[in-house]
Structures are given as structure tokens and as C-alpha cells.
Ligand binder design. Structure first.
Ligand SMILES: NC(=O)c1ccc[n+]([C@@H]2O[C@H](COP(=O)([O-])OP(=O)(O)OC[C@H]3O[C@@H](n4cnc5c(N)ncnc54)[C@H](OP(=O)(O)O)[C@@H]3O)[C@@H](O)[C@H]2O)c1
Length: 254
């Protein structure tokens, strides 16, 4: 018996980085996964890498800003596998990087729409389905940026990620009676395209690595492993938490 045996789980941001690592890990742990992102080719590539002969992974392309995508992901879970047990609402973007006086309202809104409203729309679609069965687990991907650290220029990203913590705390209370747990992972820096976009030069990457007590950023699977835990019964008493998976970035003052 594996920790996610038979669980049906939605993963957003599945075309790359943490989400892609999560899909592979969840399937190895026995889950059936509805994997989503905008880029169809990357999702197809993921299916090939998994060697999806038994149909454990179904992909649906779309934008997390669109409520219809989330409704379609839930429908796909139920139509293909008969249920929905969990969701790793992980898709995100760095978005606008500028001093506050230069942040265009449209850019601010685009960042919030993807990182925060996208997560809310996901939960809004997932919770009613989980309420109809015996509960479930919802996990968001937050960040040390906006929680333990502030970086100049990253106001929209930080606000969107901090917003996820409030969202998950409220949903944890609101959905507890239905047996639904809701948590946010506070990720440190991760070796993904976004991680490199945020620290594009060797000096910037060295600076970011040195912010972490462990002296490095995470592999994507190290964050996916925390999501796997939170989605499993091993975390049956964990809800409403902002769980740091951050290599000590929050405790280290190099
Ligand atoms: N890397 C880090 O250092 C770091 C640190 C803390 C937290 N995080 C968080 O971790 C999560 C995953 O990021 P990552 O590091 O794995 O980066 P990544 O490799 O760049 O992956 C980002 C994922 O989000 C998807 N995505 C972005 N905008 C989307 C949209 N509007 N609709 C649907 N999907 C969208 C992308 O897919 P498509 O482009 O195909 O749509 C991609 O699959 C994000 O929420 C990020 O904020 C990352």
C-alpha cells in the first residue's frame, strides 16, 4: 500500500518544475492525477515520461485564471476516476518586478489573478465535490517571499503568496466539518525555470542560495514531497498550516 493509493488528485502547474515533479511522485505513490497547465506539448511530454499505459495521468490544458478550467478539472476527475480526493494548486508566476510607484495596475492584477485568484477559483470548484464525498486535502504553493522575506520589486508576487496563507487558514476552518484539510507550503528557492528567472545571473543565484541555512535551493521533488505528505493520511491532523519547506531561509541570517 502506497501513501496515495487510489487517490484522485488535481495538480496545476504540471508542465514544469515543482508541479511536474509532483505528478511523477504522486503517480509513483499510487495516485491517479489530473495534470494541468497552459502548455499542451509539455503536458504530453510529461505523459510520455511517465509511461502512462494504465491511464493514471489525464491532462487538461488551460489557464488557472479561468473558472471554467477548474470546473473542467473537477469534472475530468469524476468522469475518469469517479471521485476527487485532493488538489495541489501549485501554478504560479513571478509577474511584475518594479518599484511600487512603477507597478502598472494591470500587471499587479495579472499576478494576483494567477497566483491568488487562480487558487481561490480552484478551491471554489474543488470543495463542493469533496463535500459530497468523505472529504479531501487541498494544498497551495506559497513562498518565503511575502512570508519570511521581502525583496524590493516583488510586491505583487509577495502579496499574492501571502494571500494564500490567509485563504488556506479560512478554508481550513470553513471546510473542516466536511473532512477537508487545507494547507499552504512555504517554499524556499527551488531549482526550476521560475527559480532561475528570479535569480538570472550567477551572482544573484549565489546570493539566493546563501540566504538558505542549507546553502542551496531545493530540488523540485523536495517541495513535491511535502505536498505528497499533506495530501496523504499521514497528515490527517494537519490543517490550516503554513508549512515551511525552505531550507532554513527563515532562520538563517548569514
Ligand atoms: N522556483 C522557486 O524558487 C519558487 C519559490 C517559492 C515558491 N514557488 C512557487 O512554486 C510554484 C511552482 O513554480 P515552479 O518553481 O515550479 O516554476 P515553473 O517551473 O516556472 O512552473 C510554473 C508552473 O505554473 C504554470 N502556470 C503559470 N501561469 C499559469 C496560468 N496562468 N495558468 C495555468 N498554469 C500556469 C506553468 O505552466 P504553463 O506555463 O504551461 O501554463 C508551470 O507549469 C509557483 O506557484 C511558484 O510561485 C517557486
Amino acid at each position: 500500500m502506497t501513501v496515495l493509493d487510489g487517490r484522485v488528485i488535481i495538480v496545476t502547474g504540471a508542465s514544469s518544475g515543482i508541479g511536474k515533479a509532483a505528478v511523477k511522485m504522486f503517480v509513483r505513490a499510487g495516485a491517479r492525477v489530473i495534470a494541468s497547465a497552459r502548455r499542451k506539448e509539455q503536458l504530453q511530454e510529461l505523459q510520455k515520461e511517465i509511461d502512462n499505459d494504465d491511464g493514471s495521468v489525464v491532462t487538461v490544458a488551460g489557464d488557472v485564471c479561468d473558472l471554467a478550467l477548474h470546473e473542467s478539472l473537477v469534472r475530468t476527475a469524476v468522469d475518469n476516476f469517479g471521485r476527487l480526493d485532493g488538489a495541489f494548486n501549485n501554478a504560479g508566476m513571478l509577474g511584475v518586478n518594479a518599484p511600487i510607484g512603477e507597478v502598472a495596475v494591470a500587471d499587479w492584477q495579472a499576478t494576483l489573478a494567477t497566483n491568488l485568484t487562480g487558487a481561490m477559483l480552484a478551491a471554489r470548484s474543488q470543495v463542493p465535490r469533496m463535500q459530497e464525498s468523505d472529504g479531501g486535502s487541498i494544498v497551495f504553493t506559497g513562498s518565503f517571499v511575502g512570508y519570511t522575506a521581502g525583496f524590493a520589486g516583488m510586491s505583487a508576487y509577495a502579496a499574492s503568496k501571502a494571500g494564500l496563507i490567509g485563504l488556506s487558514k479560512v478554508l481550513a476552518v470553513e471546510c473542516a466539518d466536511a473532512g477537508i484539510r487545507v494547507n499552504t507550503i512555504i517554499s524556499g528557492g527551488v531549482d526550476t525555470p521560475m527559480g532561475h528567472e528570479s535569480a538570472p545571473t550567477p551572482d544573484a543565484m549565489a546570493f539566493v542560495k546563501n540566504l538558505h541555512a542549507l546553502g542551496r535551493i531545493a530540488r523540485p521533488d523536495e517541495v513535491a514531497a511535502a505536498a505528497k505528505f499533506l495530501l496523504s493520511d499521514d497528515a490527517s491532523f494537519v490543517t490550516g498550516t503554513a508549512m515551511r519547506v525552505d531550507g532554513g531561509v527563515s532562520v538563517f541570517k548569514g
